[in-house]
Design a protein around this ligand. Structure first.
Ligand SMILES: Cc1cc2nc3c(=O)[nH]c(=O)nc-3n(C[C@H](O)[C@H](O)[C@H](O)COP(=O)(O)OP(=O)(O)OC[C@H]3O[C@@H](n4cnc5c(N)ncnc54)[C@H](O)[C@@H]3O)c2cc1C
Length: 290
């Protein structure tokens, strides 16, 4: 009997190519100015799921993403690489969610899907950078969690065996199923798009995206239901609105500073304690660290 795997994937602004217009005057991320990408460690998470699918016949891989309509792009990307289906969790009520509200909404959505054996998330998203959502989802679902995974070695006989990469080295742990696993960027990179799958899913759309679609498209999807990307709203997940979005978010992002390092600030230092201390004070004072 195959596994039912859910991969949590986030669409993020490509903060690696931050230009001068990346930030709005009010200190928020100017998402329109930054290309939206598949969160890098979520691709590593997807690859781990696809390797289990290769290993255990009958395994299905489902992508779940919470975001605005355009986040359907990363579901298509997942389908092109081998995922079987995807769900877009989207609703205005999710706007401004911090990690608590995000993990609440995601856990409610997971409870509406087919019972999962393994939920695989990335260790961290490159925009919020908190690494909190994976562990919070596990907490809300009452599941064990294994973080910093580098390889999911096996998942059968009701348990999973995982190799973790930690600062102090590598360890191998096991846990009963169902379980939440978060994957590092030290894990193998995700396989590229598959040409056949690209042809199969290139017309895949959400109900919102296909609203203005032509009759031909409607006929096409009638014959190929796998082209429909289901959307899930607040009502679909029976969520309590007070735990969602801004109202459900104790963390408010007060201000985001755009720190672009200039070459002229380089300083030559010796290893003298007082010089290191002075540098630490300076880096804390200008919020580079701490
Ligand atoms: C610059 C910045 C700073 C922020 N600081 C904070 C903060 O300090 N505290 C706070 O609570 N919120 C913060 N937020 C909001 C936070 O980004 C969102 O709540 C976000 O949805 C989840 O947090 P994260 O980006 O840190 O994800 P992480 O917790 O780092 O994500 C870990 C993994 O969870 C999964 N995941 C995360 N979000 C989604 C999603 N929308 N859909 C599907 N899977 C997902 C992915 O697999 C991802 O790899 C910040 C946002 C920004 C832009």
């Amino acid at each position: 009997m195959g596994l039912n795997i859910i991969v949590l994937a986030k669409q993020v602004p490509d903060t690696r190519n931050v230009g001068k217009d990346a930030m709005k005057a009010d200190g928020t991320v100017n998402r329109a100015a930054l290309p939206a990408i598949f969160n890098p460690e979520d691709l590593n998470a997807l690859e781990q799921a696809l390797r289990l699918k290769d290993k255990y016949t009958g395994t299905t891989v489902t992508i779940l993403t919470m975001g605005p309509g355009r986040a359907a792009d990363i579901i298509r990307e997942g389908l092109y690489r081998g995922a079987d289906k995807g769900y877009l969790l989207t609703d205005r009520a999710f706007a401004g969610s911090d990690t608590l509200a995000t993990s609440y909404a995601i856990s409610r959505a997971i409870l509406k899907l087919e019972k999962a054996d393994i939920i695989i998330a990335g260790r961290q998203a490159i925009d919020g950078d908190t690494a909190q959502v994976g562990p919070q989802v596990a907490e809300k679902l009452g599941m064990p969690q294994i973080t910093y995974a580098e390889e999911i070695i096996s998942a059968d006989k009701g348990k999973v065996v995982v190799k973790r990469r930690l600062e102090r080295g590598v360890e191998t742990v096991e846990s009963p199923l169902p379980v939440v696993v978060t994957v590092n960027s030290s894990a193998p990179a995700c396989r590229p798009r598959n040409a056949k799958l690209l042809m199969k899913y290139k017309h895949a759309k959400t109900i919102t995206e296909s609203q203005n679609a032509s009759e031909d498209y409607i006929n096409l999807t009638n014959d190929r239901p796998f082209l429909n990307i289901p959307e899930m709203s607040v009502n679909d997940i029976d969520a309590d609105p007070k735990w969602l979005g801004l109202s459900g978010s104790p963390t408010k992002v007060k201000k985001i500073e755009n720190i672009v390092f200039q070459a002229k600030e380089a300083k030559q230092l010796t290893a003298a304690d007082d010089e290191i201390n002075e540098l630490m004070k300076e880096l804390i004072a200008n919020h580079t660290i701490g």
